[in-house]
Ligand binder design. Structure first.
Ligand SMILES: [Zn+2]
Length: 546
């Protein structure tokens, strides 16, 4: 993700900020003016700030006990055998994101979307969908959850057996037969659809879950009040879901530890273009004023990297010298200046991919490209194979989002606290590209970060555990990149790039932690880097020696 200008209707440019408490440690994340060496290129990053009420709420959430585990279990001689899957994937920052007890293999999303009527009609769209979810049980499952926010369920079946909607039962209460219930608790930021399949699902068994759902689409926000998820726009929708906004548009185990493949059938009014991840599965079909767009994303993908954006796009097809398809969807209505900047940047995509392949490993997915909307959510996001850009795609942002295809998408952060592994690398790729293009060298950009005075709030962030409100602070990006550069200087280019390649190969199509990262770099350098990493990643002050 890269923040850009903000100023879309209804989005506050700044709200009040309160300290956020993580594991009892107060981390002041105040008015951080991000020191960004390439600010001119990538635009001014938003000051993302949070209300005190939200912070208090999240502290409360952290205290919620995630142990639906034994409810309604069948007691055997050795205790319950079939139990409920957990309502969260175990991420401390977002306790209800993702779910336990199963592993999704594939999502097939059949979505029909009607954008809002022209102004002054409300900015509300209409979505109806059928999600077909193939999963494998990882425990003997009595019940399991999906995440679904702001939309209503009309019907659910598991292995073709229809479940009945019931009122949410009291904790521990039995429920008769195949059933489901949906709890949408905005105050607790908990959106859980619980499904009780009958027969129960044995560990290792596959199940096909079909959820028919829909409702009005609005403009959901994340814990910081920033637009994400299915963001309704007058001419369509921008769909950007980091960190857990996919649940605003389909039922999902919304955490990157459960990657899956995707297929899409998106039906929109004739004239609109719907763009998702991967490649077109077939030509669009138009009938009775509606066009259905078919996309196939066969590479494993984290839920937050899914998109199905809808707009007045022109689709452009090209490819790299190596034959990798590039598909760009560029809004017809960009301003002249933004269109010119965007054209120039997107024309460099093949060269950027070749540059990063030379530095690291081959491009990890079946296609590449961009979605450039004339609307804005305030940032760009590295949606897999097809990054989404707000209003303009500038050169620095494009190389940043392309670098994420390796760093973040192929190798994803195991926990949200590991986000610096995404943003540090993507920012460092901007530095490498800058140097390769004859502009500032990585060393010069590193030095510009070290020029930030020690008493600047920039240094107050321990980037290996920034707290859920610190995910997109400047330090995650620039201190992250500086950490990588300092590491490269310390262990030398040969060990640094060899370890980088190993990192990308070992954890390809998977997730990894900061500790995993440290292990790979210690292995390849033969050095004990404990003190180095403590200074750069875990100490909330400016590094002075390492
Ligand atoms: Zn980023």
């Amino acid at each position: 993700m890269v923040h850009v200008e903000i100023g879309v209707d209804g989005v506050p440019a700044a709200v009040a900020l309160e300290p956020w408490l993580v594991r009892g440690i107060a981390r002041h994340a105040g008015h951080l003016q991000c020191a960004d060496p390439s600010a001119e290129e990538i635009g001014v990053r938003v000051r993302r700030q949070v209300s005190g009420a939200l912070a208090a709420l999240l502290v409360g959430m952290g205290a919620v006990v995630l142990s639906a585990g034994a409810t309604a279990a069948q007691e055997g001689p050795r205790g319950p055998r079939f139990t409920a899957g957990a309502p969260g994937a175990g991420d401390a920052y977002f306790p209800f994101a993702g779910n336990g007890g199963y592993d999704v293999q594939h999502y097939d999303l059949d979505i029909t979307y009607t954008p809002p009527a022209p102004a002054p009609a409300p900015l509300v769209g209409r979505l109806s969908g059928v999600a077909t979810i193939d999963l494998v049980a990882t425990q003997d499952l009595d019940r399991f959850n999906l995440d679904l926010r702001g939309l209503e369920v009309q019907a659910i079946s598991v292995n073709r057996k229809r479940a009945t909607e019931v009122a949410p039962p009291a904790p521990g209460a039995e429920v008769e037969g195949a059933a489901y219930w949906h709890v949408q608790d905005d105050a607790a930021r908990s959106w859980e659809l619980t499904i009780q399949p009958r027969p129960k699902i044995k560990k290792g068994q596959t199940a096909r879950v079909v959820v028919t759902y829909g409702g009005d689409t609005t403009r959901p926000t994340d814990i910081e009040g920033v637009l994400y998820g299915w963001v309704t726009m007058r001419d369509g929708a921008m769909v950007v879901s980091e960190p857990e906004g996919s649940m605003t548009w389909y039922p999902v185990s919304d955490h990157q530890t459960d990657k899956a493949t995707y297929g899409f059938e998106i039906t929109v009014p004739e004239g609109k273009v719907a763009v998702a991840n991967g490649l077109p599965a077939r030509d669009p079909v138009t009938e009775d004023g509606w066009t259905t767009w078919f996309w196939d994303a066969p590479d494993l993908q984290a839920s937050y990297l899914t998109t199905a954006s809808v707009g007045d796009y022109e689709l452009r097809f090209s490819e790299t010298d190596g034959g990798l398809p590039i598909i760009d969807a560029v809004d017809d209505n960009l301003t002249m200046a933004n269109a010119a900047t965007t054209e120039a940047s997107l024309a460099l995509q093949a060269e950027m991919i070749a540059f990063l392949e030379d530095a690291f490993v081959p491009y990890p997915f079946n296609s590449a490209g961009a979605i450039v909307d004339d609307d804005t959510v305030g940032y760009a996001l590295e949606t897999q194979t097809r990054s989404v850009y707000s209003r303009v795609a500038s050169e620095g942002t494009v190389v940043h989002e392309i670098a994420h295809q390796w760093f973040g998408n192929a190798v994803s952060p195991e926990r949200w606290q590991d986000i610096w592994l995404n943003e540090g690398w993507a920012t460092y790729a901007e530095w490498l590209w800058s140097e390769d293009s004859g502009r500032d060298s990585a060393q010069a950009l590193f030095e510009s970060i070290l020029d930030i005075p020690a008493d600047d709030e920039f240094w107050d962030l321990a980037i290996a555990d920034p707290g859920p409100f610190g995910l997109f602070l400047g330090g995650i990006y620039d201190r992250g990149a500086a950490t990588l550069h300092a590491l490269r200087v310390k262990i030398g280019d040969e060990a640094f790039f060899a370890a980088s390649q190993e990192w990308l190969e070992r954890y390809d199509d998977s997730t990894a932690t900061t500790e995993d990262f440290e292990e790979v770099f210690e292995e390849f350098s033969g050095q004990d880097l404990g003190a180095f990493f403590d200074v750069w990643l875990r100490t909330p002050s400016k590094p002075t020696s390492w």
